[in-house]
Design a protein around this ligand. Structure first.
Ligand code: M6R
Length: 608
């Protein structure tokens, strides 16, 4: 949700913090602020708006000092105002705080602190932490933080600085991500890797309740006052992946990165006519063979990937699959036994509901396999086994390359399950793999010609509503197409199984309604989808079809057609999503919206 970055070292802190915030802005862009310590003073600049707007109003560069904290906010408690922007301070501006999360007992703490004569300046839950630390401060900031945490209920990742100990940063977390970056004569704290990638690729993942004490030359991590040894992870992401490299927006860059991301996700995983997960998957063949059910939990776009995964696994590996919204699953009493595998899908690996869902499943003795993009993230760490998507950092709030690489990993896992369960003949398996290998090149070709999609975007530009229809493995795609469009262009969009349209949504169709229909050729439902198109046309709707190259028939009954290369039906969704992503991007651009920072959204939903 919010983004935090802190620095201590020999360099001037404020430019490093500003640059780091720019990399974290996908986490929150209501308001932002930076504070530093210099010459026994706490210096601060903060305001509302996106970073570039704030930069025009305040002079972050005027903040001197080699130590500092910064924050970009996605409001939870308290409106979007300058007073509510972080950092927050104690009464005397000696203790500075940046916080991501929600303090559940903040009102109770605030009442207690007001009675103790603390003066509050904001309506946030965060400010109570600064005053609580002030109340507990007896000359040692580390101890003051430790003692304050005993009274705090809720989720947090925190960065703390104190004027009386001006060479120290304190960091801690509970159910909200925080990493420590290790540099040479400088150290960092951050919500996520891209913020510090330019300076270091050595990272420590802080766990719940651990307290880190950082100076420029040292990092100590403690749990219950005891120093603990932590693994240092090397991040293999190139820092360029977190830059726009000439693209106007991250969303467009990430759409175009998909062929590379898919190639990297396939790399080393296809071997001897099958799938090779030996180095990664920690489950025995016997365990996988004896499974009698899979439950997939996820949110948002990852949930759509899960629905496509259900189709793949049931169709090819012949194993029953259920897909659950993680936010619902966590509050049910799911029936799980030792032969049920729970798969969690998440780009960030930090989504609070998905994390809670896997904990619920673990309590019921299920094994967890996660499909995650962010290395070392909480979901990855808490799973029994992880299959990574190698999409690289996804900065645009709208998920694009994460989705297609999730589909790729689900497809690979399906092939593995099919071979373990002997549900496919060798030549069928060979064909499935051959077609999979072609996907990056086919996608590359599609991305080289986006003219028709730009034209179609003009149809949508002035619309208030849109429908997306698909069947079978392409039904989740209809949901994804609608989600992409609504989140970046603010057009109300709905995704439906094409035949289900007759049971209600058809009432919405008139000559103003654009209906995007995924109508790729297959032996199952293609003809039925043609029928669904006719139903839309008969009611005056505008049909935009996504069809297989060479399909002449579809052009006769649709207003516009976007062709995708001929591939296996089960792989078609990986290609067919690309025009939908581009459409959403171009419609947002034409409506003069910023697709990287859609209103009210945050990239990583780390609160419930
Ligand atoms: O990081 P996760 O994959 O767990 O995130 C899940 C959703 O929050 C995410 O997919 C969201 O729906 C995106 N904004 C969609 O573009």
């Amino acid at each position: 949700m919010c983004g935090i970055i802190g620095y201590v070292g020999n360099k001037k802190a404020s430019p490093i913090l500003f640059e780091g915030l720019k990399k974290l802005e996908y986490r929150g862009y209501d308001s932002a602020g930076i504070c530093t310590i210099s010459e026994n003073k706490t210096l601060v600049e903060k305001d509302i708006g996106k970073l570039d707007e704030i930069k025009k109003k305040v002079d972050f560069n005027s903040l001197k000092g080699n130590i500092g904290l910064s924050h970009c906010r996605w409001a939870t408690h308290g409106k979007v105002t300058k007073e509510n922007a972080h950092p927050h301070f104690d009464c005397k501006n000696r203790i500075s705080i940046v916080h991501n999360g929600i303090i559940e007992n903040f009102q109770e703490l605030k009442d207690y602190l007001i009675k103790k004569d603390h003066k509050f300046r904001s309506g946030t839950d965060t400010e109570v932490i600064a005053h609580l630390i002030e109340e507990n401060y007896k000359g040692n900031i580390e101890n003051a933080v430790r003692n304050s945490l005993k009274k705090i209920e809720g989720s947090y990742s925190l960065g703390v600085m104190c004027l009386d100990e001006p060479d120290k940063l304190i960091a801690t977390r509970n159910e909200s991500p925080l990493i420590i970056g290790l540099g040479k004569d400088e150290n960092f704290i951050a919500s996520d890797v891209p913020a510090i990638l330019k300076h270091t690729n050595k990272v420590i993942y802080l766990e719940n309740h651990e307290i880190a004490v950082l100076t420029k030359n040292d990092v100590k991590i403690k749990l219950d006052k005891k120093k603990i040894k932590k693994t240092i992870h090397k991040i293999d992401w190139d820092s360029e992946l977190a830059e726009k490299t000439g693209y106007k927006h991250f969303m467009l860059k990430e759409i175009h990165e998909q062929p590379r991301a898919i190639t990297e996700t396939l790399n080393g995983r296809l071997d001897h006519g099958g799938v090779d997960f030996r180095k990664e998957l920690k489950f025995s063949e016997k365990y996988l063979k004896n499974l009698d059910r899979i439950i997939i939990v996820a949110c948002g776009t990852s949930w759509h990937a899960a629905l496509a995964g259900e189709f793949m696994l049931e169709e090819l590996a012949k194993i029953p699959v259920e897909v659950e919204y993680a936010s619902e699953f966590r509050y049910r009493r799911p029936i799980i036994d030792k032969n049920t595998l729970v798969i969690a899908i998440s780009q960030s690996g930090e989504t609070a509901d998905t994390l809670a869902a896997i904990r619920e499943a673990k309590n019921r003795n299920a094994k967890i396999l996660s499909i995650v993009n962010s290395k070392g993230s909480s979901i990855a760490r808490e799973s029994d086994s992880v299959l990574y998507t190698y999409a690289g950092p996804e900065i645009g709030v709208a998920s694009t390359k994460a989705f297609t690489t999730q589909l790729i990993v689900l497809y690979l896992f399906t092939l593995l399950m099919s071979s373990v369960r002997k549900s496919l003949k060798k030549d069928v398996m060979k064909g499935l793999i051959e077609n999979l290998r072609k996907i990056p090149l086919e996608m590359e070709a599609m991305l080289n010609d986006t003219k028709s999609i730009k034209k179609i975007a003009e149809i949508y530009k002035e619309k208030d509503h849109a429908l997306f229809l698909g069947r079978g493995v392409n039904f989740p795609l209809a949901l994804e197409g609608a989600l992409k469009l609504k989140e970046v262009s603010y057009i109300h969009a709905e995704g439906y199984p094409a035949a289900e349209m007759k049971h209600g949504p058809i009432a919405l169709i008139d000559k103003k309604m654009p209906v995007m229909v995924i109508a790729t050729k297959d032996v199952y439902t293609y003809k039925k989808v043609l029928g669904n198109i006719q139903e839309v046309k008969a009611r005056g709707g505008i049909v935009i079809a996504i069809a297989t190259e060479g399909d002449k028939q579809i052009g006769k009954i649709s207003d516009c057609v976007i062709y995708i290369p001929k591939t296996l039906y089960i792989l078609s969704s990986i290609l067919a999503v690309v025009p939908m992503q581009l459409l959403a991007y171009y419609v947002a651009r034409d409506r003069k919206l910023d697709p990287d920072k859609p209103r009210n959204l945050s990239k990583s939903v780390t609160v419930e």
